[in-house]
Design a protein around this ligand. Structure first.
Ligand SMILES: NC(=O)c1ccc[n+]([C@@H]2O[C@H](COP(=O)([O-])OP(=O)(O)OC[C@H]3O[C@@H](n4cnc5c(N)ncnc54)[C@H](O)[C@@H]3O)[C@@H](O)[C@H]2O)c1
Length: 248
């Protein structure tokens, strides 16, 4: 524990689900966590504070450049740097066949799941450059590899995230910033519960090498490691965290 003492961490989508667990774990490791979410994250901040950690919440839609710029300026000026950026704010999908897909639906996924990550990274990069151990961690998805029929917008948006991860790993390497993607399997969160019942989570578990239901804390542990000094030479990679459900 306390691998991240005094690091400044920005977590998008930290009001719920994976982001909530990521914010809590990074705070437990000693980081001061700044949560960006379009919904109120004060309950997560209160839980972190009650556990002895440090966190703040910012109401911010990651597709809104003005809100992002204001959050980046406030956070950057307060700390004079950002050490860790976790791009996590995203939307989940059900299944829609090709001929029923609309342009607006495809654009909605690209806007939130890709453009949101791109804009957040661009706005925080000037502050990440001031870190001695900069980390960008993009939450992608194992669904990219499974290529589920009917999930084209979601899978395409996560594929774009992987492309961005690979390019920026090389482009930001000279700034000593590592850039990695993490790909969880199917984990019960408010987002996935909208589209899947309990039986679906159990079916996914039965296809894993390790037959244990994935929880947000599993992904949070991987992210805490990638954010730590132990992972300083790990960059440009995609890390699956799905109990061996899909083997690369
Ligand atoms: N849960 C899974 O099984 C699973 C699997 C693979 C990948 N993921 C990825 O994990 C991430 C988090 O998913 P989750 O399951 O925790 O979902 P969730 O719906 O429970 O939480 C998503 C959070 O992101 C916030 N958010 C969404 N759009 C936003 C925006 N434009 N600006 C700011 N905040 C926004 C929401 O308000 C919410 O707090 C997503 O990127 C998702 O694609 C989840």
């Amino acid at each position: 524990m306390n691998k991240l003492t005094d690091r400044v961490a920005v977590v998008t989508g930290g009001a719920s689900g994976m982001g909530e667990a990521i914010a809590q774990r990074l705070a437990a490791e000693g980081a001061g966590v700044e949560i960006l979410d379009r919904q109120d994250a004060s309950a997560v901040v209160a839980a972190i504070t009650a556990a002895g950690g440090r966190a703040r919440a910012h109401l911010c839609d990651t597709t809104n450049e003005e809100q992002l710029a204001a959050a980046a300026q406030a956070i950057g000026e307060r700390h004079q740097r950002v050490d860790i950026l976790v791009n996590n704010a995203g939307i989940l999908s059900g299944r829609t066949p090709l001929l029923e897909l609309t342009r607006a639906e495809v654009e909605r996924f690209m806007q939130v799941n890709f453009m949101g990550y791109f804009l957040t990274t661009q706005k925080f990069y000037p502050w990440l450059r001031h870190s001695a151990a900069g980390r960008i961690i993009n939450v992608a998805s194992r669904t990219y590899f499974l290529a589920n029929p009917g999930q084209l917008p979601y899978v395409a948006s996560k594929g774009a995230v992987m492309g961005m991860t690979r390019v920026l790993a090389k482009e930001l390497g000279p700034d000593h910033i590592t850039v990695n993607a993490v790909a969880p399997g199917m984990i019960a969160t408010p987002g996935t519960r909208e589209h899947s019942d309990e039986a679906a989570f159990d079916r996914v578990m039965q296809n894993q090498a390790i037959k244990k239901r994935g929880e947000p804390r599993h992904l949070a542990g991987l992210i805490a490691w990638l954010a730590s000094d132990d992972a300083e030479l790990v960059t440009g990679q995609m890390w699956l965290c799905d109990g061996g459900g899909y083997l690369l």
